[in-house]
Design a binder for this molecule. Sequence first.
Ligand SMILES: Cc1ncc(COP(=O)(O)O)c(C=O)c1O
Length: 301
Amino acid sequence: MSSLPFDQREGVIWYDGRMVPWTDANLHVLSHGLHYASAVFEGERAYGGEIFKLDEHTRRLHESARLLDFEIPYSVEEINEACNAVLREQGYSDAYVRPVAWRGSEMMGVSAQHNMIHLAIAVWEWPSYFDPAQRAKGIRLDIAEFRRPDPRTAPCKSKAAGLYMICTISKHKAEKKGFADALMFDWRGYVAEATGANVFFVKDGVLHTPTPDCFLDGITRRTVIDLAKRRGYELVERHIKPEEMEGFEECFICGTAAEVTPVSEIGPYTFTPGNITLTLMNDYSEEVQPKQPTKQMAAAR
Ligand SMILES: Cc1ncc(COP(=O)(O)O)c(C=O)c1O
């Protein structure tokens, strides 16, 4: 895995329909996406040469843009193909895939009616989002000061760059205090999610997870719910008050980058990674593996 800054790495990036050398994938400083956060992105992982739930990610990218009032000028099929092409070009079988779409620099002001929409797709190796040693014991989460916004104040179902501003501030504050990440409440004060992952709890053998009514209903979250159902676990989606965390025995967060990661502490509340967390962690690791040999793997034989 490279430790070079992200603008100095090697390889290619898919940029507006062409593969360009990694270090040439630039944009102008007067891009609307930079000034007014008119940008949306995806975070995907490839396992064994295949991008897990690629089509769902690409559909969400399209929907995220639509919620920000722009249309990505490539179809879902074209974007899927482009993601696979960059993965192949980069030559990784396990990797992170980052499509990002933004408004360009034709107009500079809040209104951006005539700005071009750009799309870039980069792929890099990113084995573990959290420190593997911390991950095994369960990570420690701070409680963030900022809250997930009321859906009447922001397009909360969009994976929009602007919505990550409060995530970065919250994660920085947590890291300064020695925590791995932060848990955010929502605008009403209910438990919401971590800065880049959804959250689940276990009590008396039952899974509890917040209703995603003002934050992303993650693709990993939905996968974990399916896996829990396959195991026959009872699962309740509901509003969860912070003080209820006192009675929960296990906790984990999940997301494409974080995968399934056990949690041992959230502020004053403690949890012990247990049977259900470990079972779902293993089930998820199996689920993401390609079900059939990919073309790339078959060609290598
Ligand atoms: C804020 C936030 N919530 C939840 C998730 C989980 O989403 P997914 O499982 O689709 O990656 C992510 C990751 O993309 C995220 O950034």
